[in-house]
Design a protein around this ligand. Structure first.
Ligand code: AP5
Ligand code: MG
Length: 229
């Protein structure tokens, strides 16, 4: 029988340390499947930039590479989860990061009659992540991500996606802070791999290869989830 597209929203989690490629792959999946990327890092950076109370509280913690409190992160995410643009589903990038966040997410989705369809763990090596993060920059206008060595725009200084000419780097993208972020990942977030394994939703993908090869692996996984037979 021909596969049809599911009408129920599909919710994915991309789990992985700093530099694993969560943001890079989430943007590619958005384009391919019409799902919406929800990055708590981006939401918090937005709150910092607009100087909201949540942003003011989060800034010092983010600059140090530690995790922002569950309370602040959940407040920021909850507001966004109610967005009318999420009809096809979401790609959660950088959330959840603690077991308390994972449990709160299960409750929030259950209240909408939804669930997590897959938690995709991007498997990488710590030392490679430091080089990835240290060389990263993004388009200031549309957020498209680039890298000094691994993903350069076609024309130097100009965004491939929107033609923007201003590129920016994150305050927490230095080798020292990345090490703290990696430690936070291993201590507080990596246990979620077992959390989702126990619920039968975990899929592991090697994220050490080329960006396009990893994208093809993810397309195959997400393609199956968005179809009903
Ligand atoms: P967040 O913004 O989520 O940062 P992160 O988890 O540290 O992850 P990154 O954004 O650094 O990496 P990425 O996996 O998205 O990699 P990317 O695709 O850009 O969080 C920042 C801070 O906010 C946290 O430290 C915390 O303080 C706070 N926070 C956020 N969420 C929170 C939560 N839920 N709870 C508590 N606190 C929270 O790729 C990196 C670079 O590598 C790019 O330049 C890219 O071009 C390149 N690249 C990507 N893939 C490849 C590849 N396969 N090969 C070579 N290069 C590649
Ligand atoms: Mg990111």
């Amino acid at each position: 029988m021909m596969a049809e597209t599911t009408t129920r929203p599909v919710n994915l989690i991309l789990l992985g340390p700093p530099g694993a490629g969560k943001g890079t792959q989430a943007r590619m999946l958005e384009e391919a499947f019409g799902l919406v990327q929800l990055s708590t890092g981006d939401l918090l950076r937005g709150a910092v930039a607009s100087g909201t109370p949540a942003g003011l509280a989060a800034k010092t913690v983010m600059d140090a590479g530690e995790l922002v409190s569950d309370e602040i992160v959940l407040a920021v995410l909850k507001e966004r989860l109610d967005g009318p643009d999420l009809a096809k589903g979401t790609i959660l990038d950088g959330f959840p990061r603690t077991e308390a966040q994972a449990r709160a997410l299960d409750t929030l989705l259950a209240a909408k009659g939804q669930k997590i369809d897959a938690a995709i763990s991007l498997k990488v090596e710590d030392e490679a992540m430091i080089a990835r993060v240290a060389g990263r920059y993004t388009c200031a206008a549309c957020g498209e991500g680039y890298h000094d060595d691994f993903k350069q725009p076609r024309e130097e200084g100009m965004c491939d996606k929107c033609g923007g000419m201003e590129m920016k780097r994150r305050a927490d993208d230095n080798a020292e802070t990345v090490r703290t972020r990696l430690q936070a990942y291993h201590a507080q977030t990596a246990p979620l791999i077992e959390y989702y394994n126990a619920r039968g939703t975990l899929t592991e993908v090697s994220a050490m290869g080329d960006i396009t090869v990893i994208a093809a692996d993810l397309d195959a996984i997400v393609g199956k989830l968005t179809q009903v037979s």
